[in-house]
Design a protein around this ligand. Structure first.
Ligand code: M6R
Length: 611
C-alpha cells in the first residue's frame, strides 16, 4: 500500500521519480506527489488521482533538483484529496516526508504537537511525522548528526508501521530513510542512490540493492550510504545483486500486465521447478534441513497467508495430508494472528506471500516464532521482510508480478508447494508410486499450461456473454473447490461482478436459493473420483435455469452444458495449475469487456503492507 521512491545523485531527480512512481502505481493510485531540493529550497508538487496527473502538471518540468522524494498513495487516513496527498511538510517547511504504513498513535502525537503550537492541514496520520521531526530538531543542541537525531527521536515515538524518506532544506546533499514493518530498498548506482518500495521499480537503474532491517537508518549522499542502528552506531551493509531482467517489469507487446503474466506461466513454472525435480534422485531443497525425526514429531503444519496465497495453502493441505499424512491447517493471516493459534515447537508454520511484505502475514510469522514454531517462508521476492524473519525461505521464480490480480505467482506457488510436499514425503521415506507419478507430471506442466492457454478465444466468447451479470457462482469439490475460490476472487477483484464459490455438495444447504433463470454457474471438474457427484449438482442448477461453464479434463457430456472448456489431464494434486488458467482468462476478458482498468482495480493495491 502506497509506493515511495527517492533519488539522490547528479541527474535531474524528477523524471527518475516519476518513472519510479509509474512502476509503483499498482501499490496505490489515489494521489501522487513529489518534493525536490531546488536552489531556492524545498519544492513540493502533488495532485489527486493517478501519477499521470502529477506528470502532466506544467510546473513539473521546472524542477531541476538532483535530490528528491515521491509518493503514490493508497488512502488509509483521510480521503483521496490534494491536502491528504504526500509529501507532507512541517509547519516551518524545513522537512518534507513521504510515508508508507500506518501510525497507530497519531492522534495522541497530534494532540501533543498541537499543544506545542503545531497546526495540521490534512486528515492523514503522516503529517505528524515532519512536525515531530521538526519538534525534536529544534530541541537538538548537538550539531553532530542533528538531522539524524531528530529523525531517530521522532521514529522512536511512533507506534505502527512506516517506511519513510525525509529531506531537509538545511541538508541539501542528504536524504534519510528508515523503515519499520513496511518495505523499502536502496539501489546503489554509480555516484547516485535510488530508494524504492520494491526492487522492480528500480531495475532499469541498478541491480545492486541494500536491504534494510527494522529501525535501521540510512543517511544517503550522492556517492555514499551510511547505515546506523537505533542507538545511532554505524553498521556495515553489503549490497545484494538481483538477477531479475529489467524488461521483466515492462509490459512488452501485451496490452496489460495481467495478460502478460498469464502468458508467462509456462516460463514461471519451468523456472520455479528449476533443477529440483529429477526422476532418479530425491527432490532437492538445499535451503532446508528437515530430518525424518523432525517431520515425524510434528503435531501439525500450518499454512498462513492472505488472498490468493491462502488459496495455495488450501491446495497444500490437500497434498500434505494425502501424501505425508501430517495434519495440516490453513488460516487467513489476519485471523490467525488474533486467534491464539494452537502452535508450539512441534508445529511447522508455512507463510506464503508473493510480495513477502503483507503486513498480516508478517505479523503472523512473528507470532509463530514467539510460540516456538519453526517458520518457513514461500515468497517471490528475495530479501523481502517475510524472508528475513523466517527460519527458512524458499522462492518461486515467477519474476516480478505487477498486476494487482495475482496469476503467475499463484501457479508458481502451487508447484513449489507440490515439490515441498514431495521433499517431505521423501524425507519421511514414504516414497511411493504416487510420488514418482507426481514428479513426472510436474515436469510436464509447462507444456500443458501452453495448451490450457489455447482456450483463450472460447473463454473470450463466454466473457462476452456474462460481462453484464450481477452474480456468478463457482462450484467444485475437493481440490476443485480451492480453485473455485481462487477463480471467484479473481473475477470479483477485476470485473467488480459479485461472485461466490461453494463446495458443490453444499449447494442444497442454502446457496441454491440464489439460483434462478439465467444465472451463471461455473464448475471445475478435474478429480475423476468426484466428477459424477459434481455433475449431479450442476444438473440441479440447470433444472433451475442456470447457464453453465465447465472446466474439465474428464470425459463429460458436452451437450448438457452451455460451454465446456477442456484442459489437459494431470495429477489431481497439481490440477489447480491448469484449471485456473481459463478462469484467469475469464476474469481478464470480462474486465476488458467492461472497459475496466485490469491491472489497477478500484480500491485495491498490490501489496497490502498495512493491517
Ligand atoms: O503478496 P501476497 O501474496 O502476500 O499478497 C496476498 C494477497 O494480498 C494477494 O494474493 C491478493 O489477494 C491478490 N490481489 C489476489 O489476486
Amino acid at each position: 500500500m502506497c509506493g515511495i521512491v527517492g533519488y539522490i545523485g547528479n541527474k535531474k531527480a524528477s523524471p527518475i521519480l516519476i518513472n519510479g512512481l509509474l512502476k509503483l502505481e499498482y501499490r496505490g493510485y489515489d494521489s501522487a506527489g513529489i518534493s525536490t531540493i531546488e536552489k531556492t529550497g524545498l519544492s513540493t508538487m502533488k495532485d489527486k488521482g493517478r501519477v499521470k496527473n502529477l506528470y502532466n502538471l506544467p510546473e513539473i518540468d521546472n524542477l531541476e533538483g538532483t535530490i528528491g522524494i515521491a509518493h503514490t498513495r493508497w488512502a488509509t487516513h483521510g480521503k483521496p484529496s490534494m491536502e491528504n496527498a504526500h509529501p507532507h511538510m512541517d509547519n516551518s517547511k524545513t522537512f518534507s516526508v513521504v510515508h508508507n504504513g500506518i501510525i497507530e498513535n497519531f492522534n495522541e502525537l497530534r494532540k501533543l504537537l498541537s499543544d506545542s503550537g503545531y497546526t495540521f492541514y490534512s486528515q492523514t496520520d503522516t503529517e505528524i511525522i515532519p512536525n515531530l521531526i521538526d519538534y525534536y530538531y529544534k530541541k537538538e543542541n548537538n550539531n553532530d548528526l542533528k538531522f539524524l537525531r531528530a529523525v531517530k527521536n521522532a521514529c522512536n515515538s511512533l507506534k505502527g508501521s512506516f517506511a519513510l524518506e525525509i529531506i531537509c532544506k538545511d541538508y541539501p546533499d542528504n536524504m534519510i530513510v528508515v523503515r519499520k514493518d513496511s518495505p523499502l530498498v536502496i539501489g546503489k548506482g554509480n555516484g547516485e542512490n535510488y530508494i524504492s518500495s520494491d526492487i522492480p521499480a528500480m531495475l532499469s537503474y541498478t541491480k545492486d540493492f541494500y536491504l534494510l532491517n527494522d529501525l535501521e537508518y540510512v543517511v544517503l549522499s550522492r556517492d555514499n550510504a551510511k547505515f546506523y542502528n537505533n542507538d545511532l552506531k554505524t553498521i556495515e551493509k553489503e549490497t545484494k545483486s538481483i538477477d531479475w531482467d529489467a524488461n521483466s517489469s515492462e509490459k512488452g507487446d501485451f496490452e496489460d500486465y495481467m495478460l502478460k503474466e498469464i502468458y508467462e506461466q509456462p516460463k514461471a513454472i519451468r523456472e520455479t521447478i528449476g533443477s529440483r525435480i529429477n526422476k532418479n534422485s530425491k527432490c532437492e531443497f538445499e535451503e532446508l534441513n528437515f530430518t525424518k525425526e523432525y517431520l515425524q514429531g510434528l503435531n501439525k503444519i500450518y499454512f498462513v497467508a492472505c488472498g490468493t496465497a491462502m488459496h495455495v495453502g488450501l491446495a497444500g493441505k490437500d497434498m500434505i495430508e494425502k501424501l505425508c499424512k501430517i495434519p495440516t491447517e490453513v488460516d487467513i493471516a489476519s485471523e490467525f494472528r488474533y486467534r491464539d493459534p494452537l502452535i508450539d515447537n512441534k508445529t511447522l508454520c508455512i507463510f506464503i506471500s508473493q510480495s513477502g511484505e503483507t503486513a498480516d502475514t508478517l505479523a503472523a510469522l512473528k507470532l509463530s516464532k514467539q510460540c516456538g514454531a519453526k517458520t518457513l517462508a514461500i515468497t517471490n521476492v528475495i530479501g523481502s521482510s517475510i524472508t528475513r524473519e523466517a527460519d527458512y525461505s524458499i522462492y518461486t521464480h515467477a519474476g516480478p508480478e505487477i498486476a494487482v490480480a495475482s496469476t503467475k505467482a499463484y501457479t508458481s506457488q502451487v508447484v513449489l508447494v507440490a515439490m515441498l510436499t514431495i521433499y517431505f514425503a521423501e524425507t519421511l521415506e514414504l516414497s511411493t508410486q504416487k510420488i514418482a507419478t507426481l514428479k513426472e507430471e510436474i515436469l510436464l506442466l509447462p507444456k500443458k499450461i501452453e495448451k490450457a492457454l489455447k482456450t483463450s478465444s472460447e473463454i473470450k466468447t463466454f466473457a462476452k456473454r456474462i460481462y453484464q451479470e450481477k452474480d456468478i457462482f463457482f462450484l467444485g469439490r475437493g481440490i476443485d473447490e480451492t480453485v473455485a475460490k481462487e477463480a471467484s476472487l479473481k473475477l470479483k477483484e477485476i470485473s467488480y461482478i459479485h461472485s461466490d464459490s461453494y463446495p458443490a455438495g453444499e449447494l442444497k444447504h442454502g446457496p441454491i436459493a440464489l439460483i434462478e433463470n439465467d444465472v451463471t454457474v461455473i464448475s471445475i471438474m478435474t478429480d475423476p473420483k468426484l466428477v459424477k457427484k459434481t455433475i449431479s449438482n450442476i444438473q440441479e442448477v440447470i433444472s433451475r435455469g442456470a447457464k453453465t461453464l465447465i472446466i474439465t479434463n474428464q470425459d463429460v457430456d458436452t451437450d448438457m452444458f452451455d460451454m465446456v472448456i477442456c484442459i489437459p489431464e494431470t495429477s489431481t494434486f497439481i490440477s489447480p495449475i491448469l484449471s485456473i488458467i481459463p478462469l484467469q482468462l475469464l476474469a481478464y476478458f470480462t474486465s476488458k469487456e467492461k472497459g475496466l482498468d485490469v491491472d489497477k482495480p478500484r480500491n485495491l493495491a498490490k501489496s497490502v503492507t498495512v493491517e
